[in-house]
Design a protein around this ligand. Structure first.
Ligand SMILES: [Zn+2]
Ligand SMILES: [Zn+2]
Length: 164
């Protein structure tokens, strides 16, 4: 690693250097403003909603997490789908089983959120954030998760062994 020994890395502007290499955050040029809020993307960009698959202008999406340059990423779901999802979650929470002590999936983490089957108000269980977003990113279904399993372990007998 190339850096001056006495330099305080915690104070060095990370947007200029990273691990001793001059770094260009090309993506940081990609932003626009909505009122006073800085958002990722160009004003006239279109984005596909992950839920209804309509291709919509960015104004149909609300802001989500923060990028390191202070611009907010936009949510992947359009406002309509987002609202529907929130309502489902609210309904699901009403008839949810009591919160267990540990995550229903990893059985390790204690900070839990409700997991429901999308498009319904059926509660599937209580998951920690890691398991919830992990499973979601793998497609929220058995096929996606199993694809990941088979990628990690080609030997199917070993997989069966671990399940036992
Ligand atoms: Zn949508
Ligand atoms: Zn978990």
């Amino acid at each position: 690693m190339k850096y001056k020994k006495k330099e305080n890395l915690n104070a060095r502007p990370y947007w200029k250097f990273a691990y001793g290499k001059k770094k260009k955050f090309k993506g940081h040029k990609n932003f626009h403003h909505r009122g006073n809020v800085k958002l990722v993307g160009k004003k006239n960009d279109m984005q596909e909603c992950k839920e209804c698959h309509r291709i919509l202008p960015l104004t149909a999406f609300t802001s989500g997490s923060l990028r390191s340059d202070g611009a907010y990423y936009l949510k992947k779901l359009c406002r309509e789908c987002q609202t529907k999802l929130e309502a489902e979650k609210r309904e699901a929470r009403k008839n949810a089983p009591p919160k267990p002590n540990y995550c229903d999936s990893c059985h390790k983490n204690k900070k839990l959120e409700i997991d429901h089957t999308h498009g319904t108000i059926k509660v599937r269980g209580w998951l920690c954030r890691n398991c919830n977003s992990g499973l979601g990113m793998l497609g929220d279904n058995l096929e996606g998760v199993l694809r990941g399993v088979i990628y990690l372990e080609k030997d199917k007998n070993k997989i069966i062994e671990i399940l036992k």
